[in-house]
Design a protein around this ligand. Structure first.
Ligand code: C5P
Length: 232
């Protein structure tokens, strides 16, 4: 299974199709809010019908019953990974899982469910002062990851720098999916804490999410293949 997930951060369907045409074999892609809200869930079906694997990154966060209903409908799409915010609590995460199990068509593998811990855009200051959560970010990340595991989730989205501690706390088979990846020499863009694929591999990250380092590269296919070789 591919361990590199390409973030399809495009604003319309034509750009997505043009980008994917370069690949002659199925790849793992991430479809987020931007594309989904622009094109609707039809884009998910279309990319899936092309044979690609999909991480549908919609980060659900609401009362348990609503999240369960939402997940039940997402599960019908047959995507491979979906997610919700750990901040919604254990009951909400359990409801998300239940929704997936109820919505998955018979005979199909249920999507993996991963929890978003603390967003990498949240600093210690904003976590302490705005969100009112005391302590270090890593402690909240570990606390959320343990809650996710207790709720029956398959893993979490976290920063490369947190993957090792999460595996120590939750076990090696608990998935760590990590964005914020840059190749040596690439521009950092708006990301704050970046890491190379080599470092991600060293830290035991199970899957990495790579956007601009692939989509904006001169040869996206060659860059993707080079990253995959590191992660194998
Ligand atoms: O272009 P780049 O590689 O920075 O894209 C990273 C992708 O991962 C984007 O789709 C971004 O929204 C997502 N992401 C992130 N940091 C998080 C969660 C998701 O960069 N903590």
């Amino acid at each position: 299974m591919s361990r590199t997930i390409i973030a399809l951060d495009f604003s319309n369907k034509e750009q997505v199709l043009e980008f994917l045409r370069q690949f002659d074999e199925p790849v793992y892609v991430k479809i987020g809010m931007e594309l989904t809200y622009a094109c609707g869930l039809d884009i998910v079906k279309e990319v899936k019908n092309m044979g690609h694997k999909i991480f549908l990154d919609l980060k659900l966060h609401d009362i348990p019953n609503t999240v369960k209903g939402g997940m039940k409908n997402l599960a019908k799409l047959g995507v491979d990974i979906v997610n919700c915010h750990c901040a919604g609590g254990i009951e909400m995460m359990k409801a998300a899982k239940q929704g997936i199990l109820e919505g998955t068509p018979e005979g199909q593998q249920p999507a993996k469910l991963i929890g978003v811990t603390v967003l990498t855009s949240t600093s210690k200051e904003s976590m302490n002062e705005e969100l009112g959560i005391p302590g270090e970010v890593i402690d909240t990340v570990i606390h959320y990851a343990k809650n996710a595991k207790e709720a029956g989730l398959d893993g979490v989205v976290c920063s490369v720098h947190e993957a090792k501690a999460i595996h120590e706390a939750c076990g090696d088979d608990f998935l760590t999916v990590t964005p914020g990846i840059r190749l040596a020499g690439n521009s950092v863009d708006d990301q704050k804490r970046v890491a190379t694929p080599e470092f991600a591999k060293e830290q035991g990250c199970d899957m990495i999410v790579v956007g601009r380092s692939i989509t904006k590269s001169e040869d996206p296919k060659a860059t993707y293949k080079a990253i995959e070789e590191v992660m194998e």
